[in-house]
Design a protein. Structure first.
Length: 550
């Protein structure tokens, strides 16, 4: 890990000011865009079910053990509806990070070739309809379609709920709805993201006969307790999606012993393995440019696989709007999936792979707001970046992406996080970056619930701990400097604070946080660009996007 210099060294080097502002958004901004009234009955129904995104996942729930989720319950539910998951081919994706982006890349490639694609991912940003994408357009399922299906299947759902003693969960019902829709819409192929782990996830009712390929993007420590307590148990859980004789695509890179666990499972099932991280594959970011006011990275992706399967592809000068080396890795993983499908007989041209990768974008992942959108937040001239990073690994990837795209930019952060994340590890990665000037610690409802929301005060403690570990000084509410800052929060007073110090302050609204962060970034320090980065959770991203639509 890159360590920051001590406060004294930073002062001598002219280090910029770092500020932490603790706030809580008003309740009216806590939720995302209101769902279509046409879906009221469906939304009310699923909101009444057990939702582990709100409550947190129990210890061991994702492991293939007695503590694990009951996959038999999902199997019985799908049998009631005629096993719709057997009526389409699927790509099944598991992994700690990169699942959603990889699913988006794969879906976009397949749509570029002209296929009708179903895509099932979680969580959503603004509307629950985002979790199910249908057809050649890639648009979210319509409210009317969801509503009509719900009323057709509600009697069967009620009967199933009664037989299962009310234990069917929110995720299980929504997964069933997605699979039924994919079957009824007669999609050519579905791209399915696992919710938790793999072995005991509700999506893992896909059989080997229906599976085109499985994908494991990464293995990290997120949901550690729910997945057995170690990287090894997490790898075992995720390898549960591998099916007999079906190809497995690895993203990575993985620790050698973790990759060994996954490859051994694949070997036991006679599943050929393709790794996007193999030495024969060369993926490079050559430059960063601007297109229609947004940054992109120009990349080369060369895939040459000779073990298990023989695959090859050379794509030069691809313009990816999904920024960062981690997104290039996700794009390479998706390319390997496309090549595996081609090997199985699917018609997928290199041109479609290129077009699909270039057209991929996702809400809340490396998303720069337009000047019009920033204007709706009261900061028309500000540069605002939304990214749902919420682990130390994704925080590191975020900082690397910013450094690559804007190496001299001065940074202000607004951060809200769930209670089950590594707050100190996340903070260390952000603070290890360059040109960090302000961080806003706040609270945002996690999936509409409060039990997993971390208070700004607890987050502040974590950031103080991280700053102490990195040797960065602080100014807090028990110090004279802090009180002086409260008396005069003008640009000049901020400029005159001791450089290299962390300043703890408070704010009361999203608008105030954005405005004061922007004011710090606009200090007269030269021509360096200032960027406001909103991160820590997709839920804080959702809060901001909700403010763009009233």
């Amino acid at each position: 890990m890159l360590m920051l210099p001590s406060a004294k060294t930073a002062l001598l080097q002219g280090r910029t000011i770092f500020s932490v502002i603790c706030t809580k958004f008003p309740k009216k901004t806590m939720s995302s865009v209101a769902e279509d009234p046409e879906m009221k009955h469906f939304v009310d129904y699923i909101d009444s079910l057990k939702n582990y995104e709100k409550s947190g996942v129990p210890r061991g729930a994702g492991t293939d053990s007695r503590q694990g989720f009951d996959l038999g319950r999902m199997t019985r539910l799908m049998q009631r509806f005629g096993n719709p998951q057997s009526k389409f081919k699927a790509v099944h994706i598991a992994g700690t990070k990169g699942k959603g982006s990889t699913a988006a890349f794969i879906s976009s490639i397949l749509r570029a070739e002209g296929y009708s694609v179903g895509c099932y991912t979680s969580p959503h940003i603004q509307t629950i309809r985002e979790r199910i994408l249908l057809g050649r357009s890639g648009d979210p399922v319509s409210a009317k379609t969801l509503n009509n299906l719900f009323h057709r299947i509600k009697k069967n759902l009620d009967q199933a709920m009664n037989e299962e003693n009310g234990h069917i969960s929110h995720f299980e019902v929504f997964t069933a709805v997605a699979f039924i829709l994919f079957a009824e819409e007669n999609v050519d192929i579905a791209v399915i993201e696992a919710g938790l782990g793999g072995a005991r996830d509700a999506t893992n009712i896909l059989s080997s006969s229906g599976l085109a390929a499985s994908v494991i993007t990464t293995v990290g420590e997120e949901h550690l307790a729910a997945l057995g307590g170690s990287l090894e148990t997490i790898a075992v859980a995720k390898s549960g999606i591998i099916k007999q004789g079906r190809p497995l695509v690895l993203g990575g890179p993985f620790l050698p012993h973790i990759e060994c666990i996954i490859r051994n499972k694949a070997a036991s099932l006679d599943s050929p393995v393709v790794s996007a991280s193999d030495a024969g594959n060369i993926c490079t970011i050559k430059s960063v440019g601007m297109l229609d006011g947004r940054p992109y990275q120009s990349c080369d992706i060369t895939i040459k696989v000779e073990k298990d399967l023989k695959l090859s592809c050379e794509l030069l000068d691809i313009k990816l709007s999904m920024l960062g080396s981690h997104q290039l890795q996700n794009a390479a993983t998706a390319t390997c999936v496309a090549l595996c499908l081609r090997n199985l007989g699917w018609k997928i041209s290199d041109d479609s792979i290129r077009a699909g990768l270039q057209h991929t974008c996702l809400l809340g992942r490396s998303q720069f707001l337009t000047s019009k959108e920033a204007g709706l937040l009261g900061l028309a001239e500000a540069t605002i970046l939304l990214d749902g990073a919420h682990t130390k690994e994704s925080a590191k990837a975020l900082m690397n992406m910013i450094r690559m795209a804007y190496p001299a930019a001065r940074l202000g952060f607004i951060v809200a996080m769930a209670s089950d994340k590594d707050h100190v590890g996340f903070a260390r990665e952000i603070l290890s970056g360059k040109h960090v000037e302000t961080v806003v610690l706040t609270e945002a409802a996690i999936a509409g619930g409060v039990t997993r929301t971390t208070s700004a005060a607890l987050l502040k403690d974590s950031w103080i701990q991280a700053s102490e570990e990195l040797g960065i000084g602080i100014v807090h509410d028990g110090m004279v400097e802090y009180k002086e800052l409260l008396k005069d929060q003008t640009v000049s007073s901020v400029r005159n604070m001791h450089e290299g110090r962390i300043i703890l302050a408070t704010e009361t609204s999203l608008n105030s946080c954005l405005r004061n962060t922007d004011r710090i970034l606009r200090r007269n320090t030269g021509d360096e660009r200032g960027i406001i980065v909103i991160t820590g959770s997709l839920h804080i991203v959702s809060v901001v996007l909700a403010n763009l639509v009233g």
